[in-house]
Design a protein around this ligand. Structure first.
Ligand code: MIC
Ligand code: MG
Length: 303
């Protein structure tokens, strides 16, 4: 009820433990706290908090317009309703190394289990679009060093994302991934890999967990969890997928309303009120209320 019971520290420890198990962890992107509850209910291992989704939610393109305050606020709203570890997209870290340090502490306070910081220049772009630019190696490494030094909870997972594959090719991506790990990154997110062999190349180059981004309409083919596990990927994100599914359904529903003048034909496609209440754990709130209503305080002992 109200919040999930699992503490941030326990979620961070669980993420570390699960990563060490070698099992592939699946992190669908939650587009709000309610969808994070659905992700947990369906048995996934974690929840992703996407920058692209937060931007889209505010009807903005994903070009570095959102602020740390917005990202931290959304992270906190999502992290507190789920027992799953949350991994948040911290974009470029919101500035220079000192800003990156502040970003890490703000997201740590928000209760996430991990975050990733990328090596794009500001303003950043979606990693699967052409025309993006990356910072030089020294700048990229300083961001990660600052992030690692700023964390107060050693279990907070600091993941380095590199976008260099789309700019300078695979060899550069492998090179940068190694350097980012040397700078202290706990995990690597190689963005916009073309095929499984590319994931494998990064996998063999570093000895930390590797993430695969299965975003739709991007540069990577949509590999199955089996294919990704077979090449040694440790975490897979589906960052914008739930938002795309929900918006697709919303658009079709509105079209029906325009055409038919009623939503009756699509009611069976809607989440039922009963299912919503189940996800919200409505029952516990009723019990809480009833228990308080019938609670009779003991009469105070006479002095
Ligand atoms: C993972 C990502 O950074 C995100 O913000 O979710 C995006 C996803 C997308 O735009 O499809 C990305 O740059 O890949
Ligand atoms: Mg992003």
């Amino acid at each position: 009820m109200l919040h999930a019971r699992t503490t941030a520290a326990a979620k961070r420890a669980a993420l570390r433990e699960r990563l060490a198990s070698g099992q592939l962890l699946r992190f669908p992107g939650a587009f709000n706290p309610l969808s994070a509850k659905l992700v947990q209910d369906k048995g996934f291992e974690g929840v992703y908090i996407s920058g692209a989704v937060l931007s889209a939610d505010l009807a903005l393109p994903d070009i570095g317009l959102t602020t740390l305050t917005e990202v931290a606020g959304r992270s906190q709203q999502i992290a507190r309703v789920t027992d799953l570890p949350a991994l948040v997209d911290a974009d470029t870290g919101f500035g220079e190394p000192m800003n990156v340090a502040r970003t890490v502490q703000a997201l740590e306070d928000a209760g996430v289990a991990g975050l990733h910081i990328e090596d794009q220049v500001n303003p950043k772009r979606c990693g699967h679009l052409d025309g993006k630019q990356v910072v030089d190696r020294g700048t990229a490494l300083k961001r990660i060093r600052a992030a690692v030094d700023a964390r107060r909870e050693p279990d907070l997972l600091i993941m380095a994302r590199t976008d260099i594959r789309g700019v300078d090719g695979l060899a550069a991506a492998v090179d940068r991934a190694k350097a980012l790990v040397d700078a202290g990154a706990d995990a690597i997110f190689p963005e916009a890999m073309r095929d499984l062999a590319e994931f494998e190349a990064v996998r063999t180059a570093v000895d930390v967990p590797v993430l695969a981004n299965m975003t739709e309409f991007g540069k990577s083919e949509l590999f199955t969890t089996r294919q990704l596990a077979d090449v040694g990927v440790n975490i897979v994100i589906y960052p914008v997928s739930l938002l795309r599914l929900a918006m697709g359904a919303a658009e079709r529903g509105l079209d029906t309303l325009v055409d038919a003048g009623t939503l009756a034909p699509v009611v069976d496609q809607m989440q039922h009120r009963a299912r919503l209440y189940e996800l919200l754990d409505y029952e516990s709130y009723n019990h809480f209320d009833a228990a308080i209503f019938t609670y009779v305080p003991e009469p105070a002992a006479r002095p």
